[in-house]
Design a protein around this ligand. Structure first.
Ligand SMILES: *[C@@H]1O[C@H](CO)[C@@H](O)[C@H](O)[C@H]1NC(C)=O
Ligand SMILES: *[C@@H]1O[C@H](CO)[C@@H](O)[C@H](O)[C@H]1NC(C)=O
Ligand SMILES: *[C@@H]1O[C@H](CO)[C@@H](O)[C@H](O)[C@H]1NC(C)=O
Ligand SMILES: *[C@@H]1O[C@H](CO)[C@@H](O)[C@H](O)[C@H]1NC(C)=O
Ligand SMILES: *[C@@H]1O[C@H](CO)[C@@H](O)[C@H](O)[C@H]1NC(C)=O
Ligand SMILES: *[C@@H]1O[C@H](CO)[C@@H](O)[C@H](O)[C@H]1NC(C)=O
Ligand SMILES: *[C@@H]1O[C@H](CO)[C@@H](O)[C@H](O)[C@H]1NC(C)=O
Length: 337
């Protein structure tokens, strides 16, 4: 259906062109209509061409296949295939009597082994590099000493994932602006950065400054975005790195703190800890003092009991001494004798 509509459109353009160019007799009154229709359709076609110029997406670190079909290959006996990147030959494959005689390639690029039978000469690239971004690959067939025009031209588009953004919040003194830094690395192409305040508001104009750096050897991007804005400490601020070709949106959020301006989350924890410590020490002191009082009481009672006993024992002791002395007296006399 699409193709029949397309062929009808083509016939109208063809007839209009003939009319405009005067190659065919057409009623005079057709002329203006043909003119504006031709112009309109040319616009439409150039728009189509723009849309059709969508390139094949190659992701860094993943293989990619550049599609190309050339069914006429099945009718050739001796020929060679060349895939070129701009003017540089990436792959050359020589076929004799329908058999692959040899294939030379740069960067391990391949084509299907049954290319001559199926006409599928898609180029398989095991890896892609950001240096190849927007480069054209084209297929050329050489047969009987004649070189064809480019049979397929495929444009390659490169993409690579960014690292999850790191968001840093530099709290200012009250009344001053808070600074936020959002940093991400290693992606391609240049991403878009979006900031959101409390999940809904966009930051005021002129408060965001974004710097991208491309590493000269890899061409991957580093991005640092800087937001300076007057917000309270309980405000959530998020930064999103959007890499459209990768369908990737990476967001990092700095959550606000719900507390007084002086007591942060860390000092709150410290406060709880020290209160608990004070309570424990207090209990220990009270228990210690109570125990000491208890001990003192016990020792006082023991002392009293001891003195009492000592008193009794001392009486007994003196009595016994006296008795013993009295008993020893006669003996002493005896020894004197
Ligand atoms: C193809 O090449 C082979 C070997 O070079 C040769 O013998 C044969 O005649 C060629 N065929 C044609 C059709 O050119
Ligand atoms: C053509 O060859 C490529 C590479 O081997 C493969 O990925 C693709 O599916 C093939 N296409 C068809 C229609 O067979
Ligand atoms: C690739 O091809 C398109 C049209 O086919 C052309 O506009 C573009 O300049 C080419 N790119 C390069 C790098 O040659
Ligand atoms: C900020 O983020 C926290 C944690 O997700 C959430 O509970 C709170 O509602 C957010 N505040 C606002 C104003 O969006
Ligand atoms: C990119 O970021 C990485 C990691 O943060 C850093 O080591 C490197 O120097 C940065 N490169 C440029 C060109 O800014
Ligand atoms: C964000 O939300 C918090 C909590 O609702 C509020 O206190 C704060 O003022 C808001 N910040 C902005 C900039 O709207
Ligand atoms: C992104 O999404 C589009 C449409 O949904 C899809 O064609 C494309 O392959 C996706 N890209 C990646 C890298 O997945």
């Amino acid at each position: 259906m699409g193709s029949s509509l397309f062929s009808r459109v083509k016939r109208i353009i063809f007839l209009d062109c003939l009319c405009v160019l005067g190659a065919q007799k057409c009623p005079q009154r057709w002329m203006p209509v043909a003119l504006w229709r031709t112009g309109l359709l040319l616009c439409f076609l150039s728009l189509c061409a723009c849309l059709e110029e969508e390139c094949v997406l190659g992701v860094v670190g993943r293989p990619v296949s550049l599609p190309c079909f050339y069914p006429k290959l099945q009718g050739l006996v001796n020929f060679s295939i060349e895939w070129r990147r701009d003017s540089e030959v990436v792959l050359r494959s020589v076929w004799r009597n329908g058999e692959n005689a040899e294939t030379l390639s740069a960067n391990s690029a391949t084509i299907p082994a049954d290319a001559a039978q199926t006409g599928n000469v898609s180029l398989e690239l095991p890896a892609v590099d950001p240096k190849e971004h927007r480069m054209n690959y084209s297929l050329i067939v050489v047969s009987e000493g004649k070189q064809s025009a480019a049979l397929c031209t495929v444009c390659l588009r490169i993409a690579a994932s960014f690292s999850p953004p790191q968001l840093q919040r530099d709290e200012a003194s009250p009344g001053h602006e808070t600074a936020f830094f959002c940093h991400s690395t290693g992606g391609f192409p240049e991403p878009a950065v979006h900031w959101l305040i409390n999940n809904t508001e966009k930051p005021p104009e002129g408060s965001v400054r974004t710097r991208t750096a491309s590493l000269p050897d890899s061409r991957l991007f580093n991005i640092t975005s800087h937001l300076k804005v007057n917000v309270s400490r309980d405000t959530n601020v998020s930064c999103t790195i959007e890499n459209q070709p990768m369908n990737e949106s990476l967001t990092s959020t700095s959550y606000g703190v719900k507390s007084s301006p002086v007591v942060g989350r860390a000092s709150e924890a410290m406060w709880i800890f020290s209160t608990a410590l004070c309570a424990v020490v207090g209990v220990m002191v009270v228990v210690g003092v109570a125990y000491q009082v208890h001990l003192d009481r016990i020792s006082k009672r023991k002392k009293r009991e001891y003195q009492h006993q000592q008193g009794k024992r001392g009486y007994k002791w003196r009595n016994r001494l006296r008795e013993e002395n009295e008993a020893m007296k006669p003996e002493a006399k005896e020894t004197d004798v």
